[in-house]
Design a protein around this ligand. Structure first.
Ligand code: 3H9
Length: 703
């Protein structure tokens, strides 16, 4: 074994029958850092010069190369071999080159593998070009080579979705040539290399293969259809998908070398875009949420092999599905057989819909339903490892339930509440084991939304925190640890936004102007469309209605939202909204009464009025240590409220505006509208120091 550099070895072992094996070992994910590129360049150079008959590239550790080193983007370019140098050397090697894949071959990693003449992978391996999630495109030849293997249509889908594709499917698509035995990758790859030589198989260069792209030359319809497809609707606001489409057009229309040039030019454009910078921030922020400064890595985790959910309503049913999907049996408790039957029928209906959409075979519906045990008493939860209470938001009721759980559940069971705003510490006082009590706030629909606020109570033990976070990960949620305060992080900020949305209406802005501004900003819908969807009459009653708000007046007019065809908007039979003259009249009436002259509101003004109060509240949350870092707040907004990822979250948005600018705008709004706009002291301090929210180191939560 020869050490090429500190991350690359080259072996020319007689036992490998003349096959040179290059092993890359650059934890954690063998990303293509300067060191790795140099190591690969040197190693391939030496292997080609040697007596070796063929060359295998394999990685040590948990994965094959997972892509370019994202931390290098935006930094000074290091003195190192370029990736293109490495790829050219591999592809033009006079000896067969085999890439041996385990873990994930992603992005630049797969692009390197595509320069080998053959690829072999273990069955558990996955391949993908996920650059789109970083606001990028595959910029190391991927956009030109992939269509030359799978054709333009599949390449478009593969690269714009950015999913990790299982080895068996890659084999079918021709992305890999052979499957290895799971624990025998090195030997199988060496064996393949020997066979290639023995059988005199050709050195397959993907860049030379025109067969898969030629049939679509001149087929502009293919691209027009893709741009108009259902899949493409998800691209709204993102830059990279369109750049990828342009690259595939180039792959079809241009010779390989020209296509590579086009790819390089478009890669350069997306790399410096604000969208990509934000999406790369999101990538790292997602990984930060799991790091809790005062919960050491070696903290024990309690087993969660069975779960109880209290309440079979929309939330309870959705919460249960998360565990069922992860193979964890759930006991659902309701107070009446009727409620239980209704809740389980909804869950079954959801699974049947998923099956119809091709997510799994219909038999799987019964398999999943069999993991649910219905129960009519909390006694059914005596032996479960974790309970999640999901009844309606009433403190007395929750305390009563927790007192019963205290008397019923086995010692060590995690007792969680799904409350979205109530005080976890007060709920915990109903038990004799406050250390076991924690908040697990799921977002609706709970089986779909990735966000999970894990709420740390004053006395919650480190084991219980660790268990809740690990459980979140296991069921595919992004768990963000937050502190106890009204509304926690997400809803506390949402309250501020909602108050301002209402204030805008009171000044004469139309609901559709507000909704449109947020839609154009990148949200799926605005607050008034959302209200119409949820029902305007939630929490409203005719007996107590005072007619003092626009919402109350709408309810009094029996405009209850989408469900009865009229709310802030009018709806047709397909639930398509149109601005309502009745709402318009009410808005004008209220504005007139408040002495506000009629005027138009620009989108920029609306966004400022809605986003800055969120940022201000976020700053207060950070100062009170109810969130550990600003990026956790951003992740809650991205995964819980559909804040557009290409804008990085509200705190990131403020950081990129510059906190001095944010401060100046808050002061101006304070002068105009009063102290509700008073800047948070943290913003004043950071602006004075020329700092950002992101510059504050992660801090343990206040308890
Ligand atoms: C690209 O390739 C562009 C090219 O087309 C063109 C070039 C010219 N770089 O996720 P984990 C870190 S763009 C730097 O927790 P897992 C990560 O931050 C790239 N660092 O592990 C974390 O650090 P820490 C296209 C990276 O097992 C640690 O590794 N490739 C990179 O759950 C562990 O990560 C991608 O987009 C990187 N590329 O998942 C793939 N990747 O411990 C991105 C990871 O300090 N990576 N880190 O928090 C992934 O999807 C997952 O990391 C992976 C492993 C599935 C590989």
């Amino acid at each position: 074994m020869t050490t090429v550099n500190d991350v690359t070895d080259l072996s020319l072992d007689a036992a490998d029958g003349g096959v040179a094996v290059i092993t890359l070992d650059s934890p954690p994910v063998n990303a293509l850092s300067a060191n790795v590129r140099t190591g690969l360049f040197e190693a391939f150079g030496q292997a080609i010069e040697s007596d070796a008959i063929a060359i295998v590239l394999i990685c040590a550790g948990r994965t094959f190369i997972a892509g370019a080193d994202i931390t290098e983007f935006g930094g000074a370019s290091a003195e190192a071999a370029s990736l293109t140098d490495v790829q050219n050397l591999m592809e033009s090697s006079p000896k067969p080159v085999v890439a041996a894949i385990h873990g994930t071959a992603l992005g630049g990693g797969l692009e390197v593998a595509l320069c080998a003449h053959y690829r072999i992978a273990v069955p558990s391996a996955k391949c993908g070009l996920p650059e789109v999630h970083l606001g990028l495109l595959p910029g190391a030849g991927g956009t030109q080579r992939l269509p030359r293997i799978v054709g333009a249509q599949k390449a478009l889908e593969f690269m714009t979705a950015g999913t990790h594709v299982a080895a068996a499917d890659c084999l079918e698509m021709g992305l890999i040539d052979e499957l290895a035995t799971e624990d025998n990758l090195r030997a199988d790859a060496v064996g393949l290399a020997q066979r290639l030589v023995a059988e005199g198989r050709p050195l397959k260069k993907i860049s030379d293969n025109d067969d898969m792209v030629a049939p679509d030359r001149g087929n502009t319809e293919l691209f027009a259809n893709f741009r108009a497809s259902k899949a493409a609707r998800k691209f709204r606001g993102f830059l990279a998908p369109e750049a990828i489409i342009k690259c595939v057009e180039a792959a079809v229309e241009l010779p390989f070398a020209e296509g590579i040039k086009r790819e390089g030019q478009l890669f350069g454009e997306v790399l410096v875009s604000a969208e990509s910078a934000a999406q790369r921030y999101v990538f790292f922020s997602e990984r930060q949420v799991w790091k809790i400064p005062d919960v050491p890595r070696d903290t024990a985790t309690l087993p969660v092999d069975s779960v109880g959910v209290i309440g079979a309503g929309t939330m309870g049913g959705g919460i249960a599905m998360n565990f069922v999907n992860a193979g964890i049996p759930v006991t659902i408790v309701e107070t009446s057989q009727e409620a239980l039957d209704r809740g389980l029928a909804v869950v079954r209906g959801n699974y049947e819909r998923s099956s119809r959409n091709g997510r799994f075979p219909i038999e799987e519906v019964d398999v999943r339903m069999a993991r649910i045990t219905p129960a009519l008493s909390l006694d059914g939860l005596a032996d479960v490892d974790m309970v999640i209470e999901a009844v309606f938001e009433n403190m007395d009721l929750k305390k009563e339930i927790f007192a019963t759980l205290d008397a019923t559940c086995k010692p060590g069971a995690v007792l969680a509440s799904n409350t979205s705003a109530l005080n976890i510490d007060e709920i915990a006082t109903a038990t004799t084991r406050p250390e076991s009590v924690i908040g697990m706030h799921f977002f609706s629909p709970a089986n779909v939304m990735r966000c999970l606020e894990v709420v740390r109570g004053r006395e919650t033990s480190l084991e219980v925190i660790n268990t809740a976070m690990k459980t979140a990960k296991k069921i595919g949620k992004l768990g963000s640890l937050v502190g106890v305060c009204p509304g926690f992080v997400g809803n506390r900020m949402l309250f501020q936004r909602s108050a301002q949305a209402q204030a805008l209406l009171d000044e004469g802005a139309m609901p559709w102007e507000v909704d449109q501004a947020l839609y154009d900003f990148g949200f799926a819908m605005g607050p008034f469309q959302m209200s119409d969807l949820a029902g305007l009459d939630i929490g409203w009653s005719a007996e107590t209605s005072t007619g003092s708000t626009i919402r109350e007046r709408l309810c009094e007019l029996d405009r209850r939202g989408q469900k009865n065809g009229a709310g802030y908007y009018d709806y047709d039979e397909n639930r398509t909204p149109t601005p309502s003259p009745i709402t318009e009249g009410l808005v004008k009436e209220f504005a007139e009464k408040a002495g506000k002259p009629a005027r138009t509101f620009t989108s920029d003004e609306i966004i400022e009025r809605l986003v800055l109060p969120m940022v201000n509240e976020g700053a207060r949350i950070l100062a009170e240590k109810k969130a550990m870092r600003s990026s956790d707040i951003d992740m809650i907004w991205i995964t819980g409220y559909n804040w557009p990822a290409y804008r990085g979250g509200p705190m990131y948005y403020a950081d990129t505006m510059g906190l001095d600018v944010v401060l100046a705008r808050l002061r101006a709004l304070q002068a105009e509208y009063g102290d509700v706009w008073a800047p948070a002291p943290l913003i004043e301090q950071l602006a004075a120091d020329g700092q950002t929210f992101a510059s504050i180191p992660a801090t343990p939560l206040a308890t």
